[in-house]
Design a protein around this ligand. Structure first.
Ligand code: ADE
Length: 272
């Protein structure tokens, strides 16, 4: 068992306790993290600890202490990774970044969705329990932490205001819009018109679909750890989704992630 990084609470600064516990930042795939690890290396060096077949990178980015890792794909992988971040690395909060399929009528490729709540769309123990409800927990919608989600959304809005037009011109997308609302997760890559229609019919408020967020939100809920999820829309979960996903992931996802996380961490780093 590795030793967890030191955590401390500094009550000397202005009386208000300032946590020095790190922020856990994760994505499913390396492209979704952008240059975060390079930024960490350049700032003060990185200590890497391997645990449960994953590499956890410890350091600071823009002055904010962070543990950065890759969850890989799907709900089990995400839940296992976030559990390690909580128990082995004592993170203060979790931020998940990556891409998603657009489900809401107004949500297009290149837009950004910040979750207010997350739900597992493939969880169905009916008729024993209501569809989507996590049995014995009695919850279907897991709330993102309001403050953390607000900070992420503010970072997204700053990115759009400062670079949205240039990024749209560069990537041939429309100028990004920032949406807040329900993100749904399941162990499926949704890639058909009827698949996405079925999700819209069952969950009319859903804005985006992906494969990890609600699992992370459930684990964070159970351990009382604040979490937030930001997703850039790579496809619209229809028949074009596989091609759109691959080109967005390889050409655009990292740029968006850098732009959002940089602004988010700069604001956070100036706090600690
Ligand atoms: N992540 C990005 N696009 C997705 C899709 N269409 N389905 C599930 N997860 C996704």
């Amino acid at each position: 068992m590795m030793s967890a990084p030191m955590s401390a609470v500094d009550a000397d600064r202005g009386g208000a306790p300032v946590s020095h516990r790190p922020l856990g930042i994760l994505a499913a795939l390396p492209q979704e993290l952008g240059d975060l690890l390079e930024a960490m290396r350049a700032e003060a060096g990185v200590r890497t600890i391997t645990h449960g077949q994953r590499d956890y990178h410890l350091g600071t980015v823009h002055g904010a202490p962070c543990v950065v890792t890759l969850a890989r794909v799907g709900k089990v992988a995400a839940a296992a990774t976030v559990s390690a971040l909580i128990h082995a690395f004592d993170v203060e909060a979790i931020v998940f970044t990556g891409v998603a399929g657009g489900v809401g009528a107004e949500v297009r490729v290149g837009d950004i969705v910040v979750a207010d709540a997350l739900l597992q769309h493939d969880l169905d123990a009916s008729p024993l329990f209501p569809r989507f409800e996590v049995p014995l927990l009695g919850v279907s919608h897991f709330s993102a932490d309001a403050a953390l989600a607000g900070q992420l959304a503010a970072a997204c809005e700053r990115f759009v205001a400062e670079e949205g037009a240039a990024s749209a011109a560069r990537f041939g997308t429309r100028e990004p819009r920032v949406h807040r609302g329900l993100i749904i997760s399941g162990d499926q890559f949704v890639a058909s018109a009827e698949g996405v229609r079925a999700l819209r019919d069952a969950l009319p408020n859903a804005l985006a679909v992906e494969m990890e967020g609600a699992a992370i939100a459930q684990v964070c809920h159970e351990y009382g750890v604040p979490c937030a999820v930001v997703r850039t829309i790579s496809d619209t979960a229809d028949d074009h989704a596989p091609a759109s996903f691959v080109s967005f992931l390889t050409e655009i996802a990292g740029t968006y992630s850098n732009a959002i996380l940089t602004r988010f961490l700069q604001a956070r780093g100036s706090r600690v």
